[in-house]
Ligand binder design. Structure first.
Ligand SMILES: *Cc1c(COP(=O)(O)O)cnc(C)c1O
Length: 386
């Protein structure tokens, strides 16, 4: 059976990327590797909209989060964490593990915090040095207004660091034009490659904080990584095959064009949401992200059984809820290598499995709505061009 991942990480990997990883290994202390590494870095910077160094680390996304935190802060310092899900809460856990005092702005999972709530926290905690945000909260499907929050933080001299692990490749972060001071992302989401790489990028202000930071670090010493990168090197052995995979993926994204990549994600998300609504189901997130569509499990439906049937009978792997949302939501991922045909397949499998498990939905309603959504966006694009 053909199996497809529609999970918000890991995501589908294009054949060009698989092929890059299958080639015989090359050594990393060679001009050939350095050239590939520098090219990959440049493509990632262009995609992020920055001229600042984008550092590649051998770790999953959480490692990049930890690396960012330990390079910006010192023990006993204060930070604000905005949390509305599992990943926002991870910033709190990382900071507290290193003795940083954390003030949290917590919102109910599925909701997004407002800029006003962030402004109040900034006013209440004038000693905070950094505010940690999550752009696309993958555990709930919600999208946070990070740019407005970063603007508020900057006014008070607080640096903003964003977990963009599921927004890199989906949204235009325009880093150099933004008020962000740090962004982290990972390989197995919008970059369309297997897990194992984490990335960090700091603004000039972020690099100033790096100089002051005294938290312990050895493998995560980003000042060293930055110096090494200037010569196309890394302080330690890089994950060579994954870097070559990243190069192949970034070449694909560059060939498609940034704007088109973002638009494709918008269309895929729109179509998925329309399908869900047409089935009479509810979107879980207050402000849904283009990364994934979280759907409230309808009453009387066993979500575990639906997930299993989708995977075993239809070859489509989606995600359920995590922690307190287990059994309460479905998470349909559409981040990365997906097109109109893929979304139709996702919707078809979702509908069929729901029907298999007795949900009262109209067969075909979701598919029809998705098709309609794609047709409308094509028509409006044609009208703009014509
Ligand atoms: C996947 C994800 C992470 C964690 O990344 P790992 O690669 O599992 O360490 C963190 N934040 C967000 C928003 C994510 O989607």
């Amino acid at each position: 059976m053909k199996r497809v991942l529609f999970t918000p990480g890991p995501t589908e990997v294009p054949s060009e990327v698989l092929e890059a990883m299958a080639r015989p290994l090359i050594h990393h202390r060679t001009d050939e590797y350095r050239q590939y590494f520098l090219e990959t870095t440049r493509l990632m910077q262009e995609h992020l909209g920055t001229t600042q160094p984008a550092l590649t680390l051998a770790c999953s996304g959480s490692g990049a989060m930890e690396a960012a935190a330990v390079n910006l802060l010192s023990a006993g310092e204060e930070a604000i964490v905005v949390e509305g899900g599992k990943f926002g809460d991870r910033w709190r856990a990382i900071c507290q593990a290193y003795g940083v005092t954390v003030h949290t702005v917590s919102v109910e999972w599925g909701r997004v915090a407002t800029v006003e709530e962030v402004e109040s926290a900034l006013a209440a905690h004038p000693k905070a040095k950094v505010i940690f945000l999550t752009h696309s909260e993958t555990s709930t499907g919600a999208l946070f207004p990070i740019h407005d929050m970063a603007r508020a933080a900057k006014k008070r001299g607080v640096a903003t660091v964003v977990d963009a692990i599921t927004s890199y490749g989906v949204y235009d972060l325009h880093f150099d034009r933004s008020d962000l001071d740090g962004v982290v992302w990972g390989s197995q989401k919008g970059m369309m490659i297997p897990p194992g790489l984490g990335f960090v990028c700091f603004s000039p202000r972020g690099w100033e904080l790096v100089k002051e930071s005294k938290l312990p670090k050895f493998y995560w010493n980003l000042a060293k990584a930055r110096t090494a990168l200037e010569a196309g090197d890394t302080p330690f052995t890089p994950a060579i095959s994954l870097v070559l995979a990243a190069r192949a993926a970034m070449l694909l994204l560059a060939a498609e064009g940034r704007e088109k990549v973002f638009l494709r994600h918008q269309r895929n998300a729109d179509a998925t949401r329309q399908a869900v609504r047409a089935l009479g189901l509810a979107l879980f997130a207050e402000v849904p992200s283009n990364t994934l569509t979280a759907v409230t499990v309808p009453q009387g439906v066993d979500s575990g059984a639906v997930l299993k049937t989708m995977e075993r009978r239809y070859g489509v792997k989606i995600a359920g809820g995590q922690d307190r949302l287990k059994g309460k939501i479905f998470r349909l991922g559409h981040i990365g290598y997906y097109d109109e045909g893929d979304i139709s397949r996702l919707v078809q499998a979702f509908e069929s499995a729901l029907l298999d498990h007795g949900a009262s939905i109209t067969p075909g309603a979701g598919l029809r709505a998705a098709q309609e959504s794609f047709r409308k966006s094509q028509a409006s694009a044609a009208a703009r061009v014509g």
